[in-house]
Ligand binder design. Structure first.
Ligand code: 5AD
Ligand code: SF4
Length: 467
């Protein structure tokens, strides 16, 4: 048993990382059993679930979409805000109920939530029907724990890890578009954020392993690769090889993948060379998710974001100037402790300046153990909600405006699947990551095709296939 521990998580001694070749030979002791896997949260979790799915299938199980049919339930959880937490706890209630009827049901809770010390305490005290708890830094332990099947709750959470797992096999959700992890963890410690605690220290994967994985995807006909990391711009800093994210991006682009993307960026680590590389390669998509969090330098300082409003603006301007047709989206938090109306107006001001293609907006949510949880959460809920509403009005206006500009234009779209709503339509994404519902047959799926845009809404476009 190993419990999460925030002192361990905060200990960022730069000891050399160890590369672990994970064992993919798994005894299929769960033949004829069914698993139910539910994923909450960000792209990193979605990708982690592809690894989890590989283990569950290697154990001999097949997937079910119906909770009641499951022999093994795995919840891959998110801890970023209180509402993510509440959703999981609510769902656990359903699992508990099912276990009463099916005592042999195995329940595993994974993901960021179990990296939280207080959550694991709660799971131990009040949710003893949860059998297995595995953290994000040692997902590869899941098969071992499922095979062991201990009587007591089995907990393996490494709050910090010097290990970089390699040789992972993923049961990928898509044959068209693939995620590739380039690093694990985060060292930024933005004061509101739980991620550096739940995912441990920043560790870069080996260059040659990333390139090999990407080359394999190209050889297997993938159309798109998205490089993943909590802060991709910090790639390589811990390797001390004089090799950074710009170098990696360039080398992956040269492998010839039709579309290359990356998330998430941190303004502080975004160099001019990275912008130049994005501008230079046609297959690096002109789309950057560049979280700002706040437009007030005072609040940015309290958030430990390490840039001022002006520095962010300058970076934004450089991107717009150098990368033709670039779309930029962002994340914004309202109601951070001590945020005044003036601070909030500065956020609105920068939104008006940047006219983002899109923005994810959040009300500040206190996460236990983070630096901001020791600050006074002094903005009333009413005020937070009013700021969010005003912010969303501005954000939606600009995203619709940027979409409207595309009407009657012909743009390349990577078609990824059939439309859920209309059987004569498929859907895909522009190079700028805008969702398009396309009139066209399923034969378009997996291809990059020209689409004439016919209508624009705040969050999507309509179009017709033209060649
Ligand atoms: N409260 C509200 N939003 C948060 N985010 C991260 N932590 C919190 C929090 N405690 C937001 C940030 C981040 C995005 C993934 O989630 O905007 O960029
Ligand atoms: Fe959290 Fe900041 Fe790291 Fe992003 S960069 S994961 S917001 S600590």
């Amino acid at each position: 048993m190993r419990l999460p521990n925030y002192d361990e998580a905060k200990n960022r001694e730069k000891v050399e990382v160890k590369y672990l070749d994970v064992d993919n030979n798994i005894n299929p002791v769960y033949i004829n059993k069914k698993y139910f896997l539910r994923t909450y949260g960000c792209q990193m979790n979605v990708h982690d679930s592809e690894q989890i799915r590989f283990y569950l299938e290697k154990l001999g199980m097949t997937a079910t979409d119906t909770l009641e049919q499951a022999d093994v339930v795995v919840l891959n959880t998110c801890a970023i805000r209180e509402n993510a937490h509440d959703k999981v706890i609510g769902y656990l209630g359903r699992c508990k109920h099912l276990k009463k009827k099916k005592p042999n049901l195995i329940i595993a809770v994974m993901g960021c939530m179990v990296g939280q010390v207080d959550v694991v305490e709660e799971l131990r005290a009040k949710h003893d029907y949860v059998d297995i708890i595995v953290g994000t830094n040692n997902i590869y332990d899941l098969p071992k724990l499922l095979i062991e099947k201990k009587e007591k709750q089995n907990i393996e959470v490494y709050s910090n890890s010097d290990i970089v797992p390699e040789n992972i096999i993923y049961e990928r959700d898509s044959k068209i578009s693939a995620w590739v992890n380039i690093m694990y963890g985060c060292d930024k410690f933005c004061t509101y954020c739980i991620v550096p605690f739940t995912r441990g220290r920043e560790r870069s994967r080996k260059i040659e392993c990333i390139l090999k994985e990407c080359k394999n995807l190209v050889d297997n006909g993938y159309q798109e690769i998205t490089l993943l990391g909590q802060n991709v711009n910090a790639y390589g800093n811990d390797l001390n090889l004089g090799y950074d994210f710009a170098d990696l991006l360039e080398q992956v682009a040269q492998l010839g993948i039709p579309r290359l993307r990356f998330v998430t960026s941190h303004p502080w680590n975004f160099t001019e060379r990275m912008i130049d590389v994005i501008a230079k390669y046609k297959n690096i998509m002109p789309y950057i998710h560049l979280p700002i969090q706040s437009g007030s330098t005072r609040i940015l300082k309290k958030m430990n974001r390490r840039y001022t409003k002006e520095e962010y603006q300058n970076l934004f301007d450089q991107m717009k100037k150098k990368i033709p047709n670039v779309a930029i989206t962002t994340d914004i938090i309202v109601g951070f402790p001590g945020e005044t109306e003036e601070d909030f107006l500065e956020t609105l001001e920068i939104v008006n300046y940047c006219k983002y293609d899109g923005a994810y907006t959040f009300i500040y949510s206190e996460r236990k153990g983070t630096a901001s949880s020791f600050m006074k959460d002094d903005v009333s809920l009413e005020e937070k909600e009013s700021r969010l509403k005003r912010l969303n009005e501005a954000v939606n206006k600009y995203s619709k405006e940027s979409n409207l500009k595309l009407i009657n234009k012909i743009v390349p779209v990577l078609v990824v699947g059939p439309s859920m709503k209309d059987k004569d339509k498929v859907y895909g994404y522009t190079d700028t990551m805008k969702l398009v519902n396309v009139e066209g047959g399923e034969n378009l799926i997996g291809k990059i095709v020209d689409v004439k845009i016919t209508d624009a809404k705040s969050f999507s476009l309509d179009g017709i296939f033209v060649n």
